[in-house]
Design a protein around this ligand. Structure first.
Ligand code: UDP
Ligand code: MG
Length: 314
């Protein structure tokens, strides 16, 4: 029998928070009579975090753990947690006590009773620095909503709940933990909901993410949209774009040739001549990049990996 809930917790140097966090989770799950497992993914902590996890796991058999050899990042930690999770509902939570375990029953209910595939927490009232965290995060979520079409206020909230099938169908790699709802949507899970959750100030330790997160995050968002649309058919993008660029260059040069025949000014006296040549070369390069990308895709190990929803007699 799988447990009701798997709680996946990525952690990196969070020693002070762990005893309180795990005791609180235990309390909530016992009170609500959930069967559960807690997967503590230690992302290469340099402090005493892992020893504390080991000690606590001796007292509570529901605590399981993985320790990375070095610090890989939050996404790889979630990836391993999702791989190991067995619960019907999978809940992710930060280790720094900024997310409240009291939200677990409500999130669980939204997945099991209200039919959501994924429920994202929304830190409506947020206890982080207004200038470095809250304001940029608002802008960022606006861009995300616009690009992805997913109407979430707080896409990157660490507190989320998933139907098990969702976490088994997506691959959180690089720094893609910021865009799990986008990954889920592209995998075909459309029932994405939101729950206002209680947020708490960071009591111990420091934030692990600095300003680079905006640049990396934006580039990741572009990649994710590109891969999901053209990942299996890159020529449709590069071919169309390359042809268009080439055509523009060609039209320009044709016009210059007609102009020369009429007025007899040498082509080489005109800057537009060199510009049109360059544009045609760029178009050609773009077109052939499409062929190269197709070759890469044809050889990718997962080129014929499709997610199935149901099967009959197969
Ligand atoms: N984290 C991690 N690996 C990292 C960075 C962060 O596992 O390389 C964990 C961290 O320990 C915490 C969660 O990811 O449990 C969120 O990190 P943090 O609280 O620093 O982010 P913030 O709340 O400041 O956005
Ligand atoms: Mg935090």
């Amino acid at each position: 029998m799988p447990p009701d809930i798997s709680i996946v917790i990525p952690l990196y140097n969070e020693e002070e928070s762990l005893p309180e966090l795990l005791a609180w989770i235990e309390k909530v799950c016992t009170e609500n009579k959930f069967t559960y497992e807690v997967l503590m993914i230690d992302d290469g902590s340099r402090d005493n975090s892992w020893n504390i996890v080991k000690q606590l796991s001796e007292k509570n058999p529901n605590i399981k753990g993985i320790k990375f050899q070095r610090n890989y990042g939050k996404s790889p930690a979630l990836y391993e947690g999702f791989k190991a999770a067995t619960g019907n509902v999978v809940i992710t939570m930060d280790a720094d006590l900024q997310d409240s375990p009291d939200e677990i029953p409500g999130l669980y209910k939204m997945v099991t009773e209200e039919g959501y595939d994924l429920v994202s927490g929304w830190k409506k009232v947020r206890y982080d620095n207004a200038l470095t965290k809250n304001l940029p995060s608002k802008l960022y979520n606006g861009v995300n909503r616009w690009f992805s079409g997913i109407k979430l206020h707080d896409m990157n909230c660490g507190l989320k709940a998933y139907r098990r099938k969702v976490v088994k169908s997506i691959e959180v790699y690089g720094e893609m933990h910021r865009f799990i709802p986008v990954l889920a949507k592209h995998a075909g899970f459309n029932r994405i909901g939101e729950k206002v959750v209680q947020h708490r100030p960071r009591k111990y330790g420091v934030s692990k993410f600095g300003w680079e997160r905006f640049i990396n995050g934006f580039l990741d968002l572009l990649s994710i949209q590109f891969v999901s649309r053209f990942g299996k058919k890159p020529m449709h993008l590069f071919g169309a774009l390359g042809s268009l660029i080439f055509f523009l260059g060609f039209v320009l040069i044709a016009w210059l040739v007609v102009d020369k025949l009429q007025n007899n000014i040498p082509l080489t006296n005109k800057p537009a001549f060199y510009i049109s040549l360059t544009v045609m070369v760029l178009g050609t390069l773009c077109f052939f990049t499409g062929f190269v990308a197709e070759l890469v895709v044809r050889n990718a190990a997962d080129r014929n990996a499709y997610l199935t929803e149901e099967k009959i007699r197969l």
